[in-house]
Design a protein around this ligand. Structure first.
Ligand code: IMP
Length: 422
């Protein structure tokens, strides 16, 4: 069975925890897009692991973890993750598979990401990891793929060609001294050599696994509203974070996708710039950020927080074909007297009940809220849905009805056992 896991908001919905739980039940875990802009921390016993590229499923012994062609790989960071896990005793050679077709992030991508951001009129607030410039090169057909790092002649020609043009741009547009061919060439050939044992034809591998009846989890990074096509453009990332990206980013055919699970927070957060109609304001925003520990996993930036936005989740359910939702961090809403759900937007006197495609409308939208009662005490102690306070169950029913998909998982705390399966 092939299952896609996708974020229904602006990323950071808590996909890491769901992937960690479900990884124990599948055979293969596959990343399909994004790069080291994503990040999550998994705690096992007294050890903490931070992942940016390798699927956290690697912590489950015996599982095969893949990085698909749709991912952009920073080879230096990937080697650090491989070395860190190897030092902790994980045998990766037979369990980590990397697509030769994935594009490599080179030092000039990281620098360009930051320089462009400084120059831009409307800042995006990128993670500075070189994601946009690397995907731009891919689309421009001048990118360097992981497989190229394994071939001295091909890598040399491509790197020279890139530096010829890029160094001109660095010098003339950004007043930056540019990059030296030799040092990048030697360093990245070294990464290519070290990554060789992990290179695999992921599309073929997954096809064979599927034919043998294996269970495969295709994990999306970021979320639907950071998707390059359907997100709040231009305040998005540069990849296809929606379910369609799972097919183009791995080579798994769309007709072989069995299920899409959407992950949604019980409220909403966003890191970086861009519209956010249901955003909290003032002191309440700071209060909720502290309560939910809402700070970026990769950059440590404070996340912007707001109420659950039903228009967004309903749009995500439609775009991704989500049949089930996992609602995360319900416990963060513990103790609030009232809770709001954004059910529509108002813009220039017009009411919008579905997520508008016009970014000017999204940017200027005033939220229309439905207000419900909060619950006293905490939801974290509940072992089943029926043990939740009535108000919490009513809130979940409202999320389910307004989101348009069945809630099958509710997370009520950070540990694996704080999870209710419905
Ligand atoms: P980039 O992906 O670094 O180019 O950043 C583009 C936008 O996506 C910025 O607003 C980032 O804050 C946001 N972003 C990228 N990755 C993540 C993520 O994993 N979680 C949340 N926001 C992200």
């Amino acid at each position: 069975m092939n299952t896609i896991i996708v974020g229904t908001q602006w990323g950071d919905e808590g996909k890491g925890k769901i992937i960690d739980i479900l990884s124990g039940r599948v055979d293969y875990i596959v990343r399909y897009q994004g790069g080291s802009n994503a990040g999550h921390t998994v705690v096992v016993g007294d050890k903490q692991y931070i992942f940016h590229l390798i699927p956290s499923g690697i912590l489950h012994r015996g599982k095969i973890c893949c990085i698909g062609n749709g991912v952009v790989i920073d080879p230096k960071l990937l080697m650090e993750e491989i070395d860190g896990l190897s030092a902790s005793g994980f045998k990766l050679k037979s369990r980590l598979k990397i697509s030769a077709l994935a594009h490599a992030i080179l030092p000039y991508h990281r620098v360009l990401d930051k320089l462009r951001e400084i120059k831009r009129l409307h800042k995006i607030g990128t993670t500075g990891r070189g994601i946009g410039p690397c995907y731009s090169d891919k689309i421009n057909r001048c990118g360097i793929r992981i497989g190229d790092l394994l071939n001295r002649r091909v890598f040399e020609a491509k790197l020279r060609d890139n530096l010829k043009e890029k160094n001109e741009i660095f010098k003339k547009v950004y007043k930056h001294s540019g990059f030296n061919f030799e040092s990048i060439f030697i360093e990245y050939l070294g990464y290519g050599r070290r990554l060789t044992p992990y290179i695999s034809n992921i599309a073929l591998l997954l096809e064979k696994a599927h034919d043998k009846g294996k269970d495969i989890l295709l994990e999306g990074a970021q979320g639907t509203f950071l998707d390059i096509e359907f997100g709040t453009y231009p305040f998005v990332t540069s990849s296809s974070a929606t379910a369609g990206g799972a097919c183009t980013g791995t080579g798994v055919s769309p007709v072989k996708i069995d299920k899409v699970l959407g992950v949604t927070k019980a409220y909403t957060t966003r890191v970086g710039e861009g519209p956010f109609p249901a955003e909290f304001s003032g002191k309440f925003s700071d209060f909720m950020r502290q309560k939910g520990k809402e700070f970026g996993a990769t950059t440590g930036r404070p996340r912007r927080c707001g109420w659950f936005d039903a228009l967004m989740v309903r749009e995500a359910v439609r775009l991704n074909g989500i049949s089930e939702l996992a609602v995360m961090k319900l416990d963060v809403l513990d103790g609030l007297k009232t809770i709001k759900i954004c059910t529509a937007y108002k813009y220039k006197g017009k009411l919008f009940k579905e997520f508008p495609q016009d970014q000017e409308v999204v940017s200027g939208a005033k939220p229309v809220y439905k207000q419900v009662s909060g619950w006293p005490g905490t939801v974290t102690l509940a072992k089943a849905l029926k043990e939740l306070p009535q108000q919490a169950r009513d809130y979940l029913s409202l999320l389910q009805d307004s989101g348009g998909a069945r809630i099958s998982i509710v997370s009520i705390g950070s540990s694996r056992r704080d999870t209710i399966f419905i």
